[in-house]
Ligand binder design. Sequence first.
Ligand SMILES: [Zn+2]
Length: 49
Amino acid sequence: MTYYECGACGQLADFADAHGRTLRRECPVCESETTWETAFTDERTGVSF
Ligand SMILES: [Zn+2]
């Protein structure tokens, strides 16, 4: 499962049907469409960059 972080407020959410590093979704906190970036994925452990 991939968790995304709202670029505007930092809210975390998991979009089960979402793929890719970034996407645009309606943020329930911002109450508008924002850019979400991948925060972390729990399918892989020990991910390093
Ligand atoms: Zn937000």
